[in-house]
Design a protein around this ligand. Structure first.
Ligand code: WTA
Length: 653
């Protein structure tokens, strides 16, 4: 049974503000019909916005589950993202405005960015990197990360960025899987005033990776934590600045086929080894560019800030490729949101006049927990659009974001997508879509999303499995080195239907046709025969004024099959009391019904999260059911879950 019960009712609606709608990049809903009527034509038109050295004549070849887009065209991603702006009116426009955690700054115009990208492309040549070779990138959030990615693209090499917060072992596994020839890292990076020892981790990793020939090291911290001269291994390690100083500032782009690989990016599945998601060039860049322009309503004068790390797909698509393909000015910030104070993001928004701000629900809930006073200290009046990505956003967090950051005037775009989809799939278009807190609304033009039951029967209104029913340009092409797993994971949910992509998420659809993502289907609860999405119970808890964040899991129960256990983080200044506990249970009862009242509520200062900020419910299930903890290697802070386990056991015991 895959029907998911629909519990939460949310009826607040927000129309696009009139002036926003009048000036928006997309002003008419007619675009949806146009894209539906001629779906290949729509994507071809979007693709023609890029610069092609050899124009494509074919649009889509679809042999389920394999797609090729624009397959006889040739281009180079760095040309669309840099050269064409640097050679025109945007030459002196800021491409990247960067601030380090300690407060140091750097601005790169498009002309300067081109110079840097060409130089590093020349460096890659000198290190023997050829078209199709893999290059691993393990850097902090510094401009060199974007430069390195674009330089790889320029020489036709495949970049594989590994998040700078990952350990030496995680880095090693990803380098080995990719068979990378060169690793680009830094002596360290700043995080909450501390130095992250990147070079030391890189050394430990490379000691066990037979394919790495060279390590290029950016001097960032100059702190003697593995990043000293002494740690530079002769012949293997080279300083970035030394190589760049003598590198040629011109380097012609290598034309690649639209279906040549642009990058691989590892995503941890719920089980087993990380998957190297493979993205190709033409289709991926097309979807990144058009979604950035339409969903963020990007204009020439905008200062656009996506707070993700380049180590995640959001950083690839919406810090580097999408915005730069549009010639945007992008903010980039190295460090933590609460360093040195909890108002750092808002100080940055004020200082640089940020107009478009894109972040994750986990960050929004942290801001809620810390309180609105931090944002109130700053002038955020330049902001005109807010975005959210990465997890379902609870309606109360959405409202908090709208009121306290967006001044009740900025439209919010809640964008649903995945590493595998390459770019946004479900989202409002801010000039035309009426939004409602908690719903990512409808599929982007040219994307076909549906809710299906187990037998691939569409569910018009209600809860079910999210499916993408037609290929799209930015879709993953395979899993690096494991094509079988590609077919099995994404195209085998509905037997005999290799044309249906299963993203692994449950969702509901309301009468207006809006999608509400309910969370991973692996996390769905089954209470007395009712299948309940984690998102709805969590949102009912977050709806209470005392609560900042909640994670809900099912634990085995003799009668009901599963009972609900809730882990709850309170807003700053609020005390956990037995009265509050009873009040929260009742609150869930009134909000969505007695069936969803949690049996256990555990107050916790923090919740276990992946390093990209997603709540790890699997570990909470282990705690709630008194099991030994499963794999904790992808946790941001393993101490959180150890403490919770002790706490839970002392309550239970
Ligand atoms: C979840 C991040 C609800 C979802 C771009 C998806 C979301 C997974 C949303 C992909 C959203 C992402 N609303 N859920 N707006 N955005 N998700 O690969 O479960 O890090 O399948 O890509 O995050 O995470 P990934």
């Amino acid at each position: 049974m895959t029907d998911i019960d629909v519990l939460l009712e949310e009826h607040r609606k927000f129309k696009p503000p009139e002036t926003f709608a009048r000036n928006a990049n997309v002003r008419s809903a007619e675009i949806y019909e146009r894209a539906a009527k001629d779906y290949e034509g729509f994507w071809a038109e979007c693709a023609r916005e890029l610069e092609w050295s050899k124009p494509f004549t074919k649009v889509l070849e679809w042999a389920p589950p394999r797609s090729k887009w624009f397959a006889d065209g040739e281009l180079n991603a760095s040309v669309s993202c840099v050269d064409r702006h640097a050679r025109g009116e945007r030459a002196n426009k800021a491409a990247i405005i960067w601030e380090g955690e300690p407060g140091d700054t750097r601005t790169l115009t498009y002309a300067e960015l081109l110079d840097e990208v060409c130089r590093f492309a020349s460096v890659l040549d000198s290190l023997g990197v050829e078209k199709g070779d893999r290059v691993s990138i393990y850097l902090p959030m510094i401009p060199e990360a974007a430069i390195a990615m674009l330089a790889c693209a320029r020489v036709g090499a495949v970049h594989s960025v590994v998040f700078g917060g990952f350990s030496a072992e995680s880095l090693r596994d990803r380098i080995v899987d990719a068979g990378a020839k060169v690793l680009i890292t830094a002596d360290g990076g700043f995080r909450r005033g501390q130095v992250v020892p990147l070079k030391k981790n890189a050394d430990d990793a490379v000691a066990q990776t037979p394919t790495i020939e060279h390590v290029v090291v950016v001097r960032r911290t100059e702190k003697p934590i593995g990043g000293t001269e002494a740690s530079m291994k002769a012949g293997r390690d080279k300083w970035w600045h030394e190589l760049m100083a003598k590198a040629s500032p011109t380097r012609a782009p290598t034309a690649v086929n639209a279906e040549d690989i642009l990058f691989t990016l590892y995503t941890s599945g719920t089980t087993g080894k990380p998957k190297g998601i493979v993205h190709t060039t033409g289709g991926y860049l097309t979807q990144c560019a058009v979604t950035t322009r339409m969903i963020f309503d990007l204009k020439e004068s905008d200062v656009y800030w996506c707070t993700a790390d380049v180590g995640w797909v959001t950083g690839h698509s919406y810090i580097v490729y999408g915005p730069l393909a549009n010639g945007a000015t992008c903010m980039m910030y190295e460090g933590a949101p609460d360093w040195p104070e909890k108002d750092r993001f808002w100080a940055l928004c004020e200082k640089y006049g940020v107009t478009i701000f894109y972040t994750a629900p986990t960050a929004i809930r942290a801001f809620m927990k810390w309180g609105a006073q931090h944002a109130e200290k700053h002038d955020l009046s330049k902001l005109r659009l807010l975005g959210s990505v990465g997890e379902p956003i609870n309606p109360e967090a959405w409202m908090w974001y709208r009121e306290n950051i967006g001044g009740n005037r900025c439209p919010i775009v809640d964008t649903w997508w995945q590493t595998e989809t390459g770019a946004t799939m479900i989202s409002p278009l801010p000039g035309i879509t009426e939004t409602t807190p908690g719903s990512a609304t409808v599929a982007f033009p040219g994307i076909t999303a549906e809710l299906l039951d187990d037998n691939a029967k569409p569910i018009k209104v209600g809860g079910g499995l999210l499916a993408i029913t037609k290929p799209w340009p930015g879709m993953l092409r395979t899993i690096w080195g494991d094509d079988e797993r590609y077919v099995k994971t994404y195209f085998s949910k509905w037997p005999g239907r290799p044309d249906l992509y299963f993203p692994g998420d449950g969702a509901k659809r309301d009468e207006d046709g809006n999608f509400w993502i309910l969370g991973r289907v692996d996390d769905v609860l089954n209470v007395a025969g009712h299948r309940i999405g984690t998102m709805e119970v969590e949102s009912a808890l977050v709806d209470h004024h005392a609560v900042a964040e909640a994670a809900v899991v099912g634990k085995a129960h003799d009668l009901k099959g599963q009972a609900i256990a809730a882990f709850v983080t309170l807003r700053e200044g609020i005390n956990a009391t037995p009265e509050l506990l009873a009040e929260l249970r009742d609150h869930v009862g009134t909000k969505i019904g007695a069936i969803a009242k949690p049996d256990d509520i555990i107050f916790s200062a923090d919740l276990p999260k992946t390093r990209s900020g997603k709540i790890m419910r699997r570990l909470l299930r282990d705690i709630a059911e008194g099991r030994a903890l499963g794999d904790t290697t992808t946790l941001a802070d393993p101490a959180v879950v150890a403490a919770l386990k002790d706490q839970y056991e002392s309550i239970e015991g």
